[in-house]
Design a protein around this ligand. Structure first.
Ligand code: ADP
Ligand code: ZN
Length: 642
């Protein structure tokens, strides 16, 4: 049976308290200790609680600043390790650390994981039964909690009285996660976040932190002012996710299909994004038929079913979720091995955020996307026909153009992605489709001229499909109806295939020589940029559709990125099986017991004692106590054969 994490709260808290005896010396707070001492304690907590040997870039600086009582704005890529930045100071400063998080699922996950680490954490929200809420409040008043997770509406609703309760307590810090939700321009805007500025008045002197993985320069300003951060220190780490390999393919080119991509990811967990509910259903069905453990997820399913599918994705191994963008926020699964987009996402920001769900554990992961002219037409239409005001629409269009430009780049994709976020990257990265398989270009001037003049001759009233029919001299009903066989451009493009013309059409649109008119059912129209090209004053280099080869994974970005050798494979499988048993007993997902990276270390190093285990990545004292014995047993049963 799956036990929700809060149901045995009191029992668990006691066991945590017992586990923590040996941490007490670290925690006894003394306001007069010097900064160097606090830093040392932070490091000791990292090792003994989390089992990590050292901080990642940027973490310690944030922690020191919070311990110093300063407000901060923390920008780190997904998987960069933001949580530690507030969890550790919350344990070191007196009082409880409050974490504001937008989604209940995310809170549950984090709290579960923290309790497995032996940290006294709880969440309060409407899903927690009343008597447990009382217990948590009691624990708070007695100063027994290190961390309390809350949704913003819970904190701000006068009815629940949470704010009053907290004001009467020592508060170590307030961390506002997913802080970009305050931005009305962003796609994750949450009304409740706007109310959070009141915390500045209610908790003077308590350091507040705003954390996010997506914030352009404007959003950063918005976060600071809307949350009323006081002279925040800004910590902006790079956006690079070196373990994610980026690949973009054009729909219809040979081998560019989801199935071919997924065949390289059998038995791995991943997310497939589709634009519509119908496509989600169809795709999930196809994948099931092809032998994948695939589940649909979209807003049209009952919330019960959605929850079940999400749980299976979180808990079981190798589940593929096929979803609309409704799925994702609040997913904290570290071992997602791929994210596939079968349609264009809405913007580079959305793409970065969605693909960012892959590979949080630092092991190699893949972001794959396929797109075609139809996507471009549809998204342009959606942007034009939306209810938004002109300013909003303009922003949407610029965002879409930026995304399309990125799809068509001919230089390192990672460098282009990072440059979109204002970051200089000394590429090439060697871990994207362009680096692994540089596209060829060809002189497309004449082809573009033919295409554009055919758009013009047909009266700028038709979509690409008909224009291509005319160019290729096809005898269709539409051609005859409009007498297009009489045009001078009829048949002048018979030397190219449909696919080649679609490629020309797409690139001509993406590069801004023609645009899609939403009001005229997606008809193509020339822009002023087309004139010099048509007059022969400009030349145009076009991209050849890339050959589809599977990129070799040639970079191992982090030390934990081990592949399991054939000799270690049986042990790795046995460790995974044991982990599932332990996870079932504890009612948590397997990765909460130990991450893949840690299990792989077990399989590779084969520690023969608890001490040897403790030295490995991801093994803290509490987990060692709880699971060390069980893991050692499995390892002993699999002696190394040389
Ligand atoms: P974010 O919230 O920034 O997306 P998390 O805080 O969830 O990222 O961290 C991502 C993963 O990296 C987690 O599994 C976390 O335990 C791990 N991690 C964080 N800091 C370190 C570190 N210093 N060393 C090793 N692993 C770390
Ligand atoms: Zn690259």
């Amino acid at each position: 049976m799956v036990v929700p994490p809060s149901s045995c709260f009191v029992v668990e808290l006691r066991s945590i308290a017992a586990d923590q005896v040996n941490l007490k010396w670290l925690r006894r707070y003394n306001p007069f200790v010097n900064a160097a001492d606090l830093t040392q304690r932070a490091q000791a907590l990292l090792r003994s609680v989390y089992g990590y040997p050292e901080f990642r870039a940027g973490q310690l600086e944030v922690i020191e600043s919070v311990l110093d009582g300063r407000d901060s704005l923390v920008l780190m890529p997904t998987g960069g390790g933001k949580s530690l930045c507030y969890q550790i100071p919350a344990m070191l400063r007196p009082g409880v650390g409050i974490v504001i998080s937008p989604l209940i699922a995310l809170m549950q996950d984090q709290v579960q994981a923290l309790r497995q680490l032996g940290v006294a954490a709880a969440f309060l929200n409407s899903s927690v039964p009343f008597h447990e809420q009382r217990e948590i409040e009691g624990a708070l008043k007695r100063g027994e909690l290190d961390l309390l997770y809350l949704a913003p509406e819970r904190l701000l609703s006068g009815e629940a009285g949470t704010l009053e309760l907290l004001r009467a307590l020592d508060v170590a810090l307030i961390a506002i996660d997913e802080a970009h939700c305050v931005s009305q321009w962003g796609h994750d805007f949450r009304q409740d976040y706007l109310g959070l500025h009141v915390l500045a008045e209610h908790f003077p002197g308590v350091p507040r932190m705003a954390l996010t993985a997506t914030a352009d320069v404007r959003t950063r300003g918005e976060i600071t002012s809307r949350l009323a951060l006081k002279e925040p220190r800004r910590f902006i780490s790079g956006f690079d996710r070196p373990n994610i390999c980026y690949r973009v393919q054009v729909k219809g080119s040979p081998g560019a299909n989801l199935q071919a991509f997924l065949d390289g990811h059998r038995d791995e967990a991943g997310i497939v994004y589709c634009l519509s509910r119908r496509k989600v259903e169809e795709t999930a069905q196809q994948l099931v038929e092809a032998g994948f453990d695939a589940l649909p997820y979209h807003a049209g399913l009952s919330s019960d079913l959605r929850q079940r599918h999400q749980n299976r994705f979180q808990r079981d191994e190798g589940v593929v979720i096929v979803a609309t963008v409704a799925f994702g926020m609040g997913i904290d699964k570290p071992d997602v091995r791929f994210v596939a987009h079968t349609d264009l996402p809405k913007s580079v920001e959305a793409y970065y955020q969605e693909t960012g769900r892959a590979g949080r554990d630092g092991l190699p992961a893949e972001a794959w996307m396929s797109y075609g002219l139809q996507d471009v037409v549809r998204l342009r239409q959606m942007a034009d026909q939306s209810e938004a005001d002109e300013q909003h629409k303009r922003i949407e269009r610029t965002r879409l153009d930026a995304l399309l430009g990125w799809c068509e780049v001919t230089t390192c994709r990672r460098a282009a992605l990072l440059s979109y976020f204002g970051e200089d990257y000394a590429g090439p990265c060697g871990n994207c489709d362009i680096c692994l398989n540089p596209p060829k270009t060809w002189d497309g001037t004449v082809a573009a001229q033919k295409f554009l003049s055919c758009v013009h001759r047909t009266g700028e009233r038709f979509g690409a499909a008909h224009v291509i029919d005319v160019l290729r001299g096809k005898d269709t009903a539409k051609v005859r109806q409009h007498r297009h066989e009489r045009l001078s451009t009829y048949g002048i493009g018979a030397d190219f295939s449909d696919r080649q013309w679609r490629s020309v059409a797409r690139q001509v649109v993406v590069r801004g020589f023609a645009r899609v008119e939403a009001e005229r059912f997606g008809a193509l129209m020339l822009t002023s940029a087309a004139r010099p090209l048509l007059r022969g004053e400009e030349r145009l280099e076009l991209r050849e559709e890339a050959r589809i080869d599977k990129p070799k994974r040639n970079s191992s970005p982090r030390p934990e990125a081990y592949a399991v050798s054939a000799a270690d494979e049986p042990l790795w499988q046995a460790l995974k099986a044991r982990r599932i048993e332990l996870a079932d007993q504890a009612g948590v997902p397997p990765y909460v017991i130990f991450h893949d990276a840690t299990l792989k270390e077990f399989a590779r190093v084969r520690p023969d004692s608890q001490e040897a285990m403790l030295a490995l990545h991801g093994v803290g004292e509490t987990k060692l106590k709880r699971y060390g014995e069980a893991m050692l047993e499995v390892i002993t049963l699999h002696p190394r054969v040389d």
